[in-house]
Design a protein. Structure first.
Length: 248
C-alpha cells in the first residue's frame, strides 16, 4: 500500500509539472535564411494570439551573453585574414557559447518555463552542434559533453529549421550586412564551405530528431514562410494543449 501511494504521488506530481511547465520553441538555420525576421514575426503573432511569450536569442539574452556575443561575432576574418582582435580557437569558441548558454538558462529560459511561459529563442544548442561540431570540425561528442552538463533536460520541444542553399544564403547575408554598414565581420565571412558544413550539420540533426525538428523551406517569400511557420506552431501548440487536457 505504501509503495502504491508513493507511485500515485509521483504520477500526480509529474502530471502537475507537465501542466504548469512552459513551452520551449527554437528557431535555427545558417546565416541568411531569414530566420531572425521570421523569429520577430512569430513572436508578434503569438503575442497577438494571447500567449505569454518570452522572446530571447543566442548567443545573448543576458548581459553576460551579449558581451560574449560581441566577442564572437567580431573576431572572424574574411578569406582567412584575422581582425586585429584576438580570435578564439574552435574549442574556445564552443566553451564561450556554452558559458553564454549557462547564463541564459539560469537567468531567462528556466525561470520563464517555470512560470509557464512560451519561450521562443532565436537559436539554442542545435547551433553549437551545427556551427562548432560540424562547421568547426569539433565533432558531436565534445558538444554533447558540454550540453549534458549545461543544458541537461532543458531541451527545445519544437525546433524550426530554416533551410536554404548556402550560396543563396551567403548572398543574402552579405547584402544585409552591407546595407546595415556592419562594422563587425560575422560568421558568414567564413565563406561558402563553412556554410555548407553548418547546413549539413543542421540537416543531420533534423534526420536524428524528426519529431522535434521541422525543416522549413526558406527559398520563398517571407509571407509564404511565415504562413507555414504559423501553421506548424499552431498545430504543435494544439497537440500540447490536448495532452494537457488529457492529464486533468
Amino acid at each position: 500500500m505504501v509503495k502504491e501511494d508513493a507511485v500515485l504521488a509521483y504520477v500526480g506530481s509529474t502530471r502537475a509539472n507537465l501542466k504548469q511547465r512552459g513551452t520551449f520553441i527554437t528557431l535555427e538555420g545558417i546565416d541568411g535564411t531569414g530566420k531572425s525576421t521570421q523569429f520577430r514575426r512569430l513572436v508578434s503573432y503569438l503575442r497577438r494570439s494571447g500567449y505569454r511569450v518570452r522572446a530571447t536569442r543566442e548567443p545573448g539574452g543576458t548581459e553576460v551573453g551579449e558581451q560574449i556575443r560581441r566577442v564572437l561575432l567580431r573576431t572572424s576574418g574574411h578569406g582567412g585574414h584575422r581582425s586585429r582582435l584576438a580570435t578564439p580557437g574552435p574549442l574556445a569558441e564552443l566553451t564561450l557559447m556554452y558559458a553564454a548558454r549557462a547564463q541564459h538558462l539560469e537567468e531567462v529560459v528556466r525561470p520563464a518555463l517555470e512560470r509557464g511561459e512560451l519561450v521562443v529563442s532565436d537559436r539554442f544548442n542545435d547551433a553549437s552542434f551545427a556551427y562548432q561540431g560540424r562547421g568547426r570540425g569539433l565533432g558531436t561528442e565534445k558538444v554533447k559533453t558540454l550540453d549534458r552538463m549545461i543544458c541537461g533536460r532543458t531541451q527545445p520541444e519544437l525546433t524550426l529549421l530554416f533551410d536554404l542553399d548556402p550560396g543563396a544564403a551567403l548572398q543574402r547575408a552579405r547584402g544585409r550586412d552591407a546595407h546595415r554598414n556592419a562594422r563587425h565581420v560575422r560568421f558568414e565571412a567564413e565563406g561558402i564551405g563553412f556554410q555548407e558544413r553548418v547546413r549539413d550539420g543542421y540537416l543531420a540533426i533534423a534526420r536524428r530528431a524528426p519529431g522535434r525538428v521541422r525543416v522549413i523551406n526558406a527559398d520563398r517569400s517571407p509571407d509564404e514562410v511565415a504562413r507555414e511557420v504559423r501553421e506548424v506552431v499552431e498545430a504543435f501548440l494544439d497537440r500540447r494543449a490536448s495532452r494537457k487536457r488529457e492529464l486533468k
